[in-house]
Write a protein that binds this ligand. Structure first.
Ligand SMILES: Cc1ncc(COP(=O)(O)O)c(C=O)c1O
Length: 419
């Protein structure tokens, strides 16, 4: 009897000689899940019963939303909603297939033109998500005989993109330019010489809110003939002139930062990713990035909403100013209360409390008192630095912020986080 024939009719567990053998090939699913539960590391995700806005219905309760990436309030903006509705009437809900197979839709091309103009760059290519942009493009930029140099705290999508490439890898200490210089100096001695070197960094680091020293990275890259790739997921709509992002923030050129990657899922309030840079980059990615070529296109509804979100941002650049006013007001208030906000420089405001149980308790008590904020702990951040990560939003009023500050004072004292 063939081996496969024997397995089909056997129960999960049976005797193999004298030894009881677990023959269920999926038993690890439950075991690993239970391990996560035991360590308190399983995700407990709340449900929204309506739009993600400053006051949202979360698990049936109206609470103040302080953990959304919707920095500028565009996720539920009337013009963005309207554009999405019109796109349904014009294009339907799906793009038919991958763009490489069933064709680009006008709206994809219009979105790319609008974005490139906004970014003051020659070209932008839109992906289905930011994750897919990193996963699809990075492994095409570097291969065997090349080197990729990555900040130790880069986002998981960069890490996965790097893992898919066959290039050598080097990690430099977080935002440490001496360490980056050391890695690049060592790379120069490599025999045979590396054909290409790619330096890749987050623009704004999502757990701490600090900004990469992209000007210094670009300078070092220039000295060593390396390419620069920045993932500006949390800088777009936030940094730079009118929210144009980190390249604008540092006033760098496309010859200094060769690949700017971004996402529509955060400040733009929709979904989707992009890479922006030269015409050559556009054509290269268009023909080689596998996640772009081999996966269904961004829906026309999303594309229209993303385009409208860029247009709103251009017409309402006060949204970026208001975001920063809220950030400064709130950050100062929570620091005055005695909270540790780490090294944030952006609307990401972590309240670092130390142990994971305390972060969980703080998030739980805040929810009970009408505030939605997420606890973040190991392995997302180093052990002993558990936190809740709060994010500012343009549409938060002074009363909303004062409400949150008052609750943070009461609950922080109750839990012994502040005195
Ligand atoms: C730094 C960074 N890069 C990439 C992504 C992925 O973007 P998207 O949500 O568009 O897949 C995220 C999202 O969490 C992020 O924070």
């Amino acid at each position: 009897m063939s081996l496969s024939g024997r397995f089909i009719f056997l129960p999960d567990e049976y005797f193999d000689g004298d030894i009881m053998v677990d023959r269920n090939p999926t038993s690890f699913l439950r075991e690993e899940y239970l391990k996560l539960v035991e360590q308190g590391l399983d995700w407990k995700i709340r449900n929204l019963g309506g739009p993600s806005s400053t006051w949202s219905i979360v698990d049936g309760r109206k609470v103040l939303m302080l953990c959304s990436n919707n920095y500028l309030g565009l996720a539920n903006h009337p013009r963005v909603r309207e554009a999405a509705k019109e796109a349904i009437d014009k294009y339907g809900v799906g793009a038919g297939s991958d763009r490489s197979i069933a064709g680009n839709m006008d709206i994809h091309m219009e979105l790319e033109e609008t974005l490139a103009k906004f970014k003051r760059a020659p070209a932008s290519l839109v992906f289905q998500t930011g994750y897919m942009a990193n996963e699809g493009l990075i492994p095409q930029l570097i291969d065997r005989g090349d080197l990729v140099v990555s900040d130790e705290l880069n986002h998981g999508s960069i890490i996965d993109g790097v893992r898919l490439s066959r290039a050598d890898r080097a990690i430099y200490k977080h935002c440490d330019m001496d360490d980056l210089a050391r890695v690049l100096d060592e790379a120069e001695k490599h025999d045979p010489p590396y054909k290409r070197i790619l330096i890749v960094t987050d623009g704004v680091f999502s757990m701490d809110g600090d900004i990469a020293p992209l000007d210094r990275i670009a300078k070092l890259a220039g000295e060593h003939g390396a390419m620069v790739y920045v993932d500006d997921a949390h800088g777009e709509g936030v940094l730079g002139e009118g929210g144009r992002g980190i390249v604008s923030h540092y006033n760098l050129s496309r010859d200094e930062v060769h690949i700017e990657m971004g996402t529509f899922s955060k400040a733009f309030g929709v979904i989707g990713g992009h890479i922006t840079g030269s015409e050559d980059l556009y054509k290269f990615a268009y023909n080689k990035a596998r996640t772009w070529l081999l996966s269904g296109a961004m829906t026309p509804v999303s594309a229209a909403a993303c385009k409208a979100a860029i247009e709103v941002l251009q017409d309402e650049s006060w949204r970026v100013d208001r975001l920063w006013e809220n950030t400064e007001y709130f950050k100062k208030a929570v620091e005055d209360l005695g909270y540790n906000t780490g090294k944030t420089q952006t609307p990401i405001i972590p309240l670092i409390v130390g142990e994971s149980y305390l972060a969980r308790k703080l998030a739980e008590r805040l929810y009970e008192e009408g505030i939605f904020a997420l606890p973040i702990f190991y392995p997302m951040v180093p052990r002993g630095t558990a936190r809740i990560r709060l994010q500012m939003n343009t549409d938060l009023t002074r009363e909303d912020l004062d409400f949150a500050i008052e609750k943070l004072e009461t609950i922080g004292k109750e839990l012994g986080i502040i005195s």
